[in-house]
Design a protein around this ligand. Structure first.
Ligand code: MRU
Length: 358
């Protein structure tokens, strides 16, 4: 089980572990204003699709608290919050969980027009808490379902960080790993370092070593050779956005890993909650891919590793076509191809589950 606290709501403050400081320091950022959160998302202090979505939901609550202090009329109050929602949604373009969570908060807000400001804030907080709790529940279910495809003694390659640090808790890909490990399977993990920002070495290795899960760190360019040597039995990574046909956007390098895995006959699973599936998009070409600062490639955390004037290409994500994806591990089970049939079916199952819960 994970003992990492990535996101916490405490005394009208959103407290986030600062992923940019790990693994050297365990520091926390206190967001009292939504603009502090916007900055934290942009610089990747909070990152990972579900964590971005959950924290943005709390960002709307921060905006409501600020609006209560900084505006007088009801019209100004709602304008302030709606403007905050717009700003939050412009922080990063690829992970759909951000838009999914903000859309849910906006829909909630639109039902609260007639209420007192204090009550509105309480209702928004209730909704954000629900999003937080549901994320943890989804991740635990992902771990349980995913365990079905993890063999005894499996050696699992993962890319980037799809762990507790990328979600409200437990993680997606790492939830499967956590579940398999705690159920007594003798598994081990190969963690890709994940250039340029090293989420694999800084975050995944940190989470797994902390929990005593056997982990071997490799640089990204070692994955193919490790597969050739028979060191990898399966690949599990997370997702930032999945389209209706099962194409998967995830951290840059995931596509290369998936192509290599196919060549070596190794299954590739994407682990993600249904909130990461964007059924409004038919295929991966429609996913907006974030391009980040060129210096992230020229430098390694401020240390120059290339000539200043060399041009670079720095997409933060790539898209793995669905033909490379063996299955998508979700909270309602493992989806199999053809995804344009299994994905809508999964949404129907989820709808039924949610109805039963009400
Ligand atoms: O740029 P990041 O660190 O936000 O990228 C994160 C990833 O690509 C993760 O694999 C993905 O969001 C899934 S997290 C459960």
């Amino acid at each position: 089980m994970s003992n990492v606290k990535t996101i916490e709501w405490k005394d009208d403050t959103l407290v986030l572990i600062d992923c940019t400081k790990l693994p050297v320091e365990e520091k926390y950022i206190e967001c009292k204003e939504y603009s502090t959160l916007c900055k934290a998302i942009k610089v990747l202090s909070v990152r990972g699709a579900p964590a971005i979505g959950v924290s943005a939901a709390y960002g709307v609550v921060l905006a409501a608290i600020q609006a209560q202090k900084e505006t007088s009329t009801k019209e100004e109050y709602f304008k302030f919050i709606n403007n905050a929602i717009k700003e939050l949604s412009s922080t990063r373009p690829t992970a759909v969980n951000l838009f999914w969570a903000l859309d849910r908060m906006k829909k909630k807000l639109d039902t609260l027009n007639e209420l007192e400001k204090d009550i509105i804030k309480d209702k928004l907080l209730e909704e954000a808490n629900k999003i937080y709790k549901e994320d943890i529940e989804c991740n635990m279910a992902i771990g349980k379902h995913g365990n079905d495809v993890v063999l005894e003694n499996a050696s699992i390659l993962t890319h980037c960080n799809a762990g507790a640090l990328a979600t409200a808790g437990y993680g997606t890909a790492l939830s499967v790993i956590r579940y398999a490990h705690s159920s007594g399977k003798n598994i081990k993990v190969y963690a890709d370092e994940t250039r340029p920002l090293l989420q694999g070495s800084r975050l995944t290795a940190w989470e797994l070593v902390k929990e005593g899960i056997p982990t071997t760190l490799i640089t990204d360019n070692m994955a193919g050779y490790a597969m050739k040597l028979g060191k990898i039995d399966m690949v599990i990574f997370g997702a930032d956005r999945i389209t209706l046909n099962g194409d998967v956007a995830n951290k840059i390098g995931s596509y290369s890993v998936a192509v290599l895995a196919k060549e070596h006959g190794i299954p590739v699973y994407a682990a993600a909650p249904l909130s990461t599936i964007d059924i409004s998009l038919t295929d991966g070409d429609e996913i907006p891919i974030e391009e980040r600062n060129k210096n992230e490639v020229r430098q390694l955390f401020g240390v120059q590793t290339a000539p200043n004037d060399v041009d670079t290409f720095n997409p933060a994500f790539d898209v793995t076509p669905h033909k490379y994806i063996t299955g998508i591990i979700t909270e309602v089970g493992i989806l199999r191809p053809p995804y344009n049939l299994s994905i809508p079916k999964a949404f129907k199952i989820k709808e039924e589950i949610m109805k039963d819960k009400e």
